[in-house]
Design a protein around this ligand. Structure first.
Ligand SMILES: Cc1ncc(COP(=O)(O)O)c(C=O)c1O
Length: 378
Protein backbone atom coordinates (compact mmCIF):
# COMPACT_ATOMS: atom_id res chain seq x y z
CA UNK A 1 0.00 0.00 0.00
CA UNK A 2 1.54 3.29 -1.13
CA UNK A 3 0.79 6.44 0.89
CA UNK A 4 -0.84 9.33 -0.94
CA UNK A 5 1.72 10.88 -3.34
CA UNK A 6 -0.15 14.20 -3.59
CA UNK A 7 3.06 16.17 -2.97
CA UNK A 8 4.39 14.98 -6.36
CA UNK A 9 1.45 16.56 -8.22
CA UNK A 10 0.09 20.06 -8.72
CA UNK A 11 -3.40 19.17 -7.49
CA UNK A 12 -4.90 21.89 -5.27
CA UNK A 13 -6.27 20.83 -1.86
CA UNK A 14 -9.87 21.48 -2.82
CA UNK A 15 -9.78 19.36 -6.00
CA UNK A 16 -10.78 15.71 -5.73
CA UNK A 17 -9.85 14.28 -9.12
CA UNK A 18 -11.11 10.73 -9.73
CA UNK A 19 -10.63 10.73 -13.47
CA UNK A 20 -7.31 9.08 -14.37
CA UNK A 21 -9.33 7.03 -16.88
CA UNK A 22 -10.07 10.29 -18.69
CA UNK A 23 -6.64 11.93 -18.42
CA UNK A 24 -4.18 11.72 -15.54
CA UNK A 25 -2.32 14.83 -14.40
CA UNK A 26 1.38 15.00 -15.23
CA UNK A 27 3.56 14.58 -12.14
CA UNK A 28 5.43 17.80 -11.30
CA UNK A 29 8.77 16.23 -12.26
CA UNK A 30 7.43 15.25 -15.70
CA UNK A 31 6.03 18.73 -16.30
CA UNK A 32 9.40 20.25 -15.36
CA UNK A 33 11.24 17.82 -17.67
CA UNK A 34 8.79 18.67 -20.48
CA UNK A 35 9.11 22.43 -20.00
CA UNK A 36 12.91 22.27 -20.10
CA UNK A 37 12.75 19.92 -23.07
CA UNK A 38 10.41 22.17 -25.07
CA UNK A 39 12.66 25.16 -24.45
CA UNK A 40 15.47 23.40 -26.33
CA UNK A 41 13.61 24.16 -29.56
CA UNK A 42 14.40 27.84 -28.99
CA UNK A 43 18.08 26.94 -29.34
CA UNK A 44 18.07 24.13 -31.92
CA UNK A 45 21.86 24.14 -32.17
CA UNK A 46 21.87 22.26 -28.85
CA UNK A 47 20.04 19.32 -30.47
CA UNK A 48 22.39 16.81 -32.09
CA UNK A 49 21.55 13.98 -34.53
CA UNK A 50 22.26 11.59 -31.66
CA UNK A 51 19.37 13.16 -29.71
CA UNK A 52 16.97 11.82 -32.35
CA UNK A 53 17.76 8.33 -31.03
CA UNK A 54 18.87 8.41 -27.39
CA UNK A 55 15.70 9.78 -25.80
CA UNK A 56 13.29 7.65 -27.80
CA UNK A 57 15.37 4.57 -27.04
CA UNK A 58 15.22 5.41 -23.34
CA UNK A 59 11.42 5.70 -23.60
CA UNK A 60 11.34 2.41 -25.51
CA UNK A 61 13.41 0.67 -22.89
CA UNK A 62 11.25 1.91 -19.97
CA UNK A 63 8.10 0.86 -21.83
CA UNK A 64 9.65 -2.57 -22.38
CA UNK A 65 10.41 -2.90 -18.66
CA UNK A 66 6.78 -2.21 -17.80
CA UNK A 67 5.58 -5.23 -19.75
CA UNK A 68 8.62 -7.53 -19.55
CA UNK A 69 9.41 -7.12 -23.25
CA UNK A 70 12.69 -6.56 -25.09
CA UNK A 71 13.43 -2.94 -25.97
CA UNK A 72 13.42 -3.72 -29.69
CA UNK A 73 9.89 -5.17 -29.47
CA UNK A 74 8.55 -1.67 -28.79
CA UNK A 75 7.40 0.88 -31.38
CA UNK A 76 6.60 4.50 -30.53
CA UNK A 77 3.13 5.62 -31.56
CA UNK A 78 1.06 8.79 -31.01
CA UNK A 79 -2.26 7.12 -30.19
CA UNK A 80 -3.88 3.76 -29.59
CA UNK A 81 -5.68 4.01 -32.94
CA UNK A 82 -2.34 4.38 -34.77
CA UNK A 83 -1.01 1.13 -33.28
CA UNK A 84 -4.29 -0.70 -33.81
CA UNK A 85 -4.28 0.34 -37.48
CA UNK A 86 -0.85 -1.33 -37.77
CA UNK A 87 -2.21 -4.51 -36.16
CA UNK A 88 -5.26 -4.55 -38.43
CA UNK A 89 -3.08 -4.05 -41.52
CA UNK A 90 -0.67 -6.85 -40.67
CA UNK A 91 -2.85 -9.72 -39.48
CA UNK A 92 -3.90 -11.87 -42.43
CA UNK A 93 -7.68 -12.34 -42.56
CA UNK A 94 -9.67 -14.64 -44.84
CA UNK A 95 -13.20 -13.94 -45.97
CA UNK A 96 -15.59 -15.07 -43.20
CA UNK A 97 -12.91 -14.92 -40.48
CA UNK A 98 -14.22 -13.61 -37.16
CA UNK A 99 -12.82 -10.68 -35.20
CA UNK A 100 -13.93 -10.79 -31.55
CA UNK A 101 -14.62 -7.53 -29.70
CA UNK A 102 -16.58 -6.66 -26.54
CA UNK A 103 -19.95 -4.90 -26.46
CA UNK A 104 -19.37 -1.14 -26.13
CA UNK A 105 -15.62 -1.47 -26.50
CA UNK A 106 -13.69 1.78 -27.00
CA UNK A 107 -13.96 2.89 -30.67
CA UNK A 108 -10.19 3.01 -31.37
CA UNK A 109 -10.27 -0.80 -31.15
CA UNK A 110 -13.41 -1.07 -33.33
CA UNK A 111 -13.12 1.23 -36.35
CA UNK A 112 -9.87 -0.29 -37.64
CA UNK A 113 -11.48 -3.74 -37.57
CA UNK A 114 -14.62 -2.49 -39.29
CA UNK A 115 -12.43 -1.24 -42.10
CA UNK A 116 -10.49 -4.49 -42.61
CA UNK A 117 -13.68 -6.50 -42.23
CA UNK A 118 -15.14 -4.50 -45.13
CA UNK A 119 -11.99 -4.87 -47.22
CA UNK A 120 -11.46 -8.57 -46.62
CA UNK A 121 -14.95 -9.90 -46.03
CA UNK A 122 -14.21 -10.71 -42.39
CA UNK A 123 -16.91 -10.50 -39.73
CA UNK A 124 -16.95 -8.59 -36.45
CA UNK A 125 -18.37 -10.74 -33.67
CA UNK A 126 -19.37 -8.74 -30.61
CA UNK A 127 -19.26 -10.58 -27.29
CA UNK A 128 -22.52 -9.79 -25.43
CA UNK A 129 -22.44 -8.26 -21.94
CA UNK A 130 -22.28 -11.27 -19.59
CA UNK A 131 -25.20 -11.49 -17.16
CA UNK A 132 -22.84 -12.82 -14.47
CA UNK A 133 -20.43 -9.91 -15.23
CA UNK A 134 -17.65 -12.36 -16.11
CA UNK A 135 -16.09 -11.13 -19.38
CA UNK A 136 -13.54 -13.93 -19.42
CA UNK A 137 -16.21 -16.64 -19.58
CA UNK A 138 -18.10 -14.62 -22.17
CA UNK A 139 -15.04 -14.29 -24.43
CA UNK A 140 -14.10 -17.95 -23.97
CA UNK A 141 -17.62 -19.01 -25.02
CA UNK A 142 -17.45 -16.80 -28.12
CA UNK A 143 -14.21 -18.32 -29.46
CA UNK A 144 -14.81 -20.79 -32.32
CA UNK A 145 -12.79 -22.34 -35.13
CA UNK A 146 -13.68 -19.25 -37.19
CA UNK A 147 -12.06 -16.85 -34.72
CA UNK A 148 -9.06 -15.21 -36.38
CA UNK A 149 -8.42 -12.30 -34.00
CA UNK A 150 -9.55 -11.24 -30.54
CA UNK A 151 -9.17 -7.46 -30.28
CA UNK A 152 -9.63 -6.79 -26.58
CA UNK A 153 -8.76 -4.61 -23.59
CA UNK A 154 -7.42 -5.86 -20.23
CA UNK A 155 -10.48 -4.32 -18.59
CA UNK A 156 -13.61 -2.68 -20.00
CA UNK A 157 -13.19 1.10 -20.27
CA UNK A 158 -16.67 1.88 -18.88
CA UNK A 159 -16.90 -0.22 -15.71
CA UNK A 160 -13.54 -1.94 -15.25
CA UNK A 161 -14.87 -5.46 -16.00
CA UNK A 162 -11.72 -7.61 -16.03
CA UNK A 163 -10.50 -10.12 -18.62
CA UNK A 164 -8.20 -13.02 -17.75
CA UNK A 165 -5.89 -12.59 -20.73
CA UNK A 166 -3.81 -15.68 -19.99
CA UNK A 167 -6.84 -17.99 -20.20
CA UNK A 168 -8.09 -16.17 -23.28
CA UNK A 169 -4.67 -16.49 -24.95
CA UNK A 170 -4.63 -20.23 -24.25
CA UNK A 171 -8.08 -20.64 -25.80
CA UNK A 172 -7.06 -18.57 -28.86
CA UNK A 173 -4.00 -20.82 -29.30
CA UNK A 174 -6.24 -23.86 -29.70
CA UNK A 175 -7.87 -22.29 -32.80
CA UNK A 176 -4.75 -20.49 -34.11
CA UNK A 177 -6.19 -17.00 -33.51
CA UNK A 178 -4.26 -13.78 -32.85
CA UNK A 179 -4.54 -11.53 -29.79
CA UNK A 180 -4.50 -7.73 -30.12
CA UNK A 181 -4.71 -5.69 -26.91
CA UNK A 182 -5.63 -2.09 -26.27
CA UNK A 183 -4.27 -1.59 -22.75
CA UNK A 184 -4.83 2.18 -22.63
CA UNK A 185 -7.14 1.78 -19.61
CA UNK A 186 -4.87 -0.54 -17.66
CA UNK A 187 -1.16 -0.31 -18.43
CA UNK A 188 0.73 1.47 -15.68
CA UNK A 189 -1.93 0.63 -13.09
CA UNK A 190 -2.31 -3.12 -13.59
CA UNK A 191 0.59 -5.51 -14.18
CA UNK A 192 0.83 -7.25 -17.55
CA UNK A 193 3.69 -9.42 -18.76
CA UNK A 194 3.96 -10.09 -22.49
CA UNK A 195 5.90 -13.22 -21.55
CA UNK A 196 2.77 -14.60 -19.89
CA UNK A 197 -0.02 -13.14 -22.04
CA UNK A 198 1.85 -13.43 -25.38
CA UNK A 199 -0.15 -10.83 -27.33
CA UNK A 200 0.59 -10.45 -31.04
CA UNK A 201 0.17 -6.69 -30.74
CA UNK A 202 -0.36 -4.58 -27.64
CA UNK A 203 -0.95 -0.83 -27.72
CA UNK A 204 -1.29 1.85 -25.06
CA UNK A 205 -2.04 5.54 -25.36
CA UNK A 206 0.06 6.93 -22.52
CA UNK A 207 -1.89 9.98 -21.33
CA UNK A 208 -4.05 8.12 -18.81
CA UNK A 209 -2.61 5.47 -16.49
CA UNK A 210 0.93 5.95 -17.82
CA UNK A 211 0.82 9.63 -16.75
CA UNK A 212 2.58 10.82 -19.89
CA UNK A 213 1.73 13.81 -22.13
CA UNK A 214 -1.08 13.57 -24.66
CA UNK A 215 0.04 12.21 -28.08
CA UNK A 216 2.53 9.76 -26.62
CA UNK A 217 2.17 6.01 -26.59
CA UNK A 218 3.81 2.73 -27.45
CA UNK A 219 3.14 -0.60 -29.01
CA UNK A 220 4.53 -4.08 -28.44
CA UNK A 221 4.88 -6.19 -31.60
CA UNK A 222 5.53 -9.92 -31.28
CA UNK A 223 8.64 -11.12 -33.17
CA UNK A 224 6.42 -12.98 -35.70
CA UNK A 225 5.11 -9.62 -36.98
CA UNK A 226 8.30 -7.60 -36.86
CA UNK A 227 8.84 -8.02 -40.61
CA UNK A 228 5.41 -6.48 -41.28
CA UNK A 229 4.36 -3.38 -43.19
CA UNK A 230 4.23 0.00 -41.40
CA UNK A 231 1.43 2.46 -42.13
CA UNK A 232 3.95 5.18 -43.04
CA UNK A 233 7.51 5.02 -44.33
CA UNK A 234 9.57 7.23 -42.07
CA UNK A 235 13.21 7.84 -42.89
CA UNK A 236 14.32 7.52 -39.24
CA UNK A 237 13.09 3.92 -39.19
CA UNK A 238 15.39 2.83 -42.01
CA UNK A 239 18.75 1.17 -41.49
CA UNK A 240 21.65 3.59 -41.04
CA UNK A 241 19.43 6.65 -40.45
CA UNK A 242 21.92 7.75 -37.76
CA UNK A 243 24.10 9.02 -40.64
CA UNK A 244 22.28 12.24 -41.54
CA UNK A 245 24.80 13.04 -44.30
CA UNK A 246 24.01 9.75 -46.05
CA UNK A 247 20.21 9.77 -45.89
CA UNK A 248 19.79 9.84 -49.67
CA UNK A 249 21.56 6.50 -49.91
CA UNK A 250 18.04 5.08 -49.75
CA UNK A 251 17.81 1.87 -47.78
CA UNK A 252 15.46 -1.06 -48.27
CA UNK A 253 16.10 -2.39 -44.79
CA UNK A 254 14.65 -1.07 -41.57
CA UNK A 255 16.13 -0.59 -38.13
CA UNK A 256 15.81 -3.83 -36.09
CA UNK A 257 12.73 -5.19 -34.32
CA UNK A 258 9.54 -3.18 -34.07
CA UNK A 259 11.23 0.15 -34.84
CA UNK A 260 9.93 0.00 -38.44
CA UNK A 261 6.48 0.77 -37.00
CA UNK A 262 7.55 3.97 -35.18
CA UNK A 263 5.48 7.03 -36.01
CA UNK A 264 7.04 9.79 -38.11
CA UNK A 265 8.87 12.43 -36.02
CA UNK A 266 8.89 10.06 -33.08
CA UNK A 267 11.86 12.01 -31.71
CA UNK A 268 9.46 14.48 -30.15
CA UNK A 269 11.84 16.74 -28.24
CA UNK A 270 9.15 18.44 -26.16
CA UNK A 271 7.16 15.42 -25.04
CA UNK A 272 9.49 12.44 -24.83
CA UNK A 273 11.54 13.67 -21.81
CA UNK A 274 8.28 14.24 -19.89
CA UNK A 275 7.11 10.76 -20.83
CA UNK A 276 10.43 9.28 -19.69
CA UNK A 277 10.07 10.96 -16.28
CA UNK A 278 6.55 9.55 -15.90
CA UNK A 279 7.50 5.99 -16.79
CA UNK A 280 10.44 6.18 -14.39
CA UNK A 281 8.09 7.30 -11.65
CA UNK A 282 5.67 4.43 -12.31
CA UNK A 283 8.51 1.90 -12.26
CA UNK A 284 9.76 3.43 -8.98
CA UNK A 285 6.35 3.03 -7.38
CA UNK A 286 5.96 -0.45 -8.91
CA UNK A 287 2.87 -1.32 -10.94
CA UNK A 288 1.87 -4.13 -8.57
CA UNK A 289 1.97 -1.71 -5.64
CA UNK A 290 -0.10 0.81 -7.57
CA UNK A 291 -2.70 -1.85 -8.36
CA UNK A 292 -2.88 -3.06 -4.74
CA UNK A 293 -3.23 0.50 -3.45
CA UNK A 294 -5.95 1.53 -5.90
CA UNK A 295 -7.80 -1.73 -5.35
CA UNK A 296 -7.87 -1.10 -1.62
CA UNK A 297 -8.93 2.51 -2.13
CA UNK A 298 -11.80 1.45 -4.39
CA UNK A 299 -12.99 -1.21 -1.97
CA UNK A 300 -12.96 1.46 0.77
CA UNK A 301 -15.26 3.56 -1.44
CA UNK A 302 -17.65 0.62 -1.77
CA UNK A 303 -17.56 0.07 2.01
CA UNK A 304 -18.35 3.72 2.62
CA UNK A 305 -21.30 3.43 0.19
CA UNK A 306 -22.59 0.13 1.63
CA UNK A 307 -25.60 1.88 3.22
CA UNK A 308 -26.74 3.12 -0.24
CA UNK A 309 -28.20 1.26 -3.26
CA UNK A 310 -25.04 1.87 -5.27
CA UNK A 311 -23.42 -1.30 -6.59
CA UNK A 312 -20.41 -2.23 -8.74
CA UNK A 313 -18.98 -5.31 -10.43
CA UNK A 314 -17.57 -7.51 -7.63
CA UNK A 315 -13.86 -7.12 -6.83
CA UNK A 316 -12.74 -10.44 -8.34
CA UNK A 317 -14.31 -9.61 -11.74
CA UNK A 318 -13.14 -5.99 -11.88
CA UNK A 319 -9.75 -4.32 -12.38
CA UNK A 320 -8.65 -2.96 -9.01
CA UNK A 321 -7.92 0.56 -10.31
CA UNK A 322 -11.42 0.93 -11.76
CA UNK A 323 -14.82 1.41 -10.22
CA UNK A 324 -17.97 1.67 -12.31
CA UNK A 325 -20.73 2.65 -9.91
CA UNK A 326 -24.24 1.51 -10.80
CA UNK A 327 -27.53 2.74 -9.39
CA UNK A 328 -30.71 0.92 -10.31
CA UNK A 329 -32.88 4.03 -10.15
CA UNK A 330 -30.36 5.74 -12.48
CA UNK A 331 -27.96 8.53 -11.49
CA UNK A 332 -29.48 12.01 -11.91
CA UNK A 333 -28.63 13.55 -15.31
CA UNK A 334 -26.86 16.48 -13.68
CA UNK A 335 -24.70 14.39 -11.33
CA UNK A 336 -21.38 15.24 -13.04
CA UNK A 337 -22.16 18.96 -12.84
CA UNK A 338 -23.22 18.74 -9.20
CA UNK A 339 -20.01 16.93 -8.29
CA UNK A 340 -17.91 19.32 -10.39
CA UNK A 341 -19.51 22.25 -8.54
CA UNK A 342 -17.79 20.80 -5.46
CA UNK A 343 -14.58 20.25 -7.47
CA UNK A 344 -15.07 16.50 -7.46
CA UNK A 345 -14.33 15.05 -10.90
CA UNK A 346 -15.52 11.67 -12.20
CA UNK A 347 -16.85 10.44 -15.58
CA UNK A 348 -20.04 8.86 -16.81
CA UNK A 349 -19.60 6.05 -19.34
CA UNK A 350 -22.77 4.26 -20.39
CA UNK A 351 -24.74 3.65 -17.18
CA UNK A 352 -21.65 3.66 -15.01
CA UNK A 353 -20.36 6.49 -12.91
CA UNK A 354 -16.69 5.85 -13.55
CA UNK A 355 -14.38 6.45 -10.59
CA UNK A 356 -10.70 6.17 -11.46
CA UNK A 357 -8.47 7.31 -8.58
CA UNK A 358 -4.68 7.40 -8.45
CA UNK A 359 -1.92 7.96 -5.97
CA UNK A 360 -2.48 11.73 -5.92
CA UNK A 361 -5.80 11.17 -4.14
CA UNK A 362 -5.80 11.49 -0.36
CA UNK A 363 -8.19 10.53 2.45
CA UNK A 364 -9.96 13.87 2.23
CA UNK A 365 -10.73 13.26 -1.48
CA UNK A 366 -12.27 9.87 -0.73
CA UNK A 367 -14.41 11.22 2.10
CA UNK A 368 -15.59 14.13 -0.03
CA UNK A 369 -16.55 11.81 -2.89
CA UNK A 370 -18.59 9.35 -0.82
CA UNK A 371 -20.27 12.11 1.20
CA UNK A 372 -21.20 14.02 -1.97
CA UNK A 373 -22.65 10.90 -3.61
CA UNK A 374 -24.76 10.13 -0.56
CA UNK A 375 -26.00 13.70 -0.40
CA UNK A 376 -26.95 13.76 -4.11
CA UNK A 377 -28.76 10.42 -3.95
CA UNK A 378 -30.85 11.07 -0.85
C1 LIG B 1 -9.74 1.97 -24.07
C2 LIG B 1 -9.25 3.21 -24.74
N1 LIG B 1 -8.43 3.11 -25.78
C3 LIG B 1 -7.94 4.19 -26.41
C4 LIG B 1 -8.28 5.47 -25.99
C5 LIG B 1 -7.70 6.64 -26.72
O1 LIG B 1 -7.63 6.36 -28.09
P1 LIG B 1 -6.66 7.12 -29.08
O2 LIG B 1 -5.30 7.03 -28.48
O3 LIG B 1 -6.80 6.32 -30.34
O4 LIG B 1 -7.15 8.52 -29.18
C6 LIG B 1 -9.15 5.62 -24.92
C7 LIG B 1 -9.58 6.96 -24.47
O5 LIG B 1 -10.50 7.13 -23.69
C8 LIG B 1 -9.64 4.47 -24.26
O6 LIG B 1 -10.45 4.56 -23.20
Amino acid sequence: MIESQRHLFDTPDDVAFFNAGYMSPLPKASAAAGEAALRRKSTPWVLTPEDFFTETNMFRSLAAQLIEADTNDIAIIPSASYGLAIAAKNIPLQSGAEILVLTDQFPSNIYCWQRVALEKGAVIKTVPVPKNRDWTDAVLSAITNNTAVAALPHNHWADGGLLDLIRIREALDTVGAKLVLDTTQSLGAMPLSVKKVRPDFLVAAAYKWLMCPYSTGFMYVAPEFQNGTPIEENWLNRKGSEDFAGLVNYQEDYQPGAIRFDMGERANFGLVPAAIASLQQLLDWGVENIQETLKKRNSEIMNALSDTDITAIPDQLRAGHFLGLEYEAGFPDDILGRLAAQKIYVSKRGNSLRITPHLYNNNQDFERLTEALKQILT
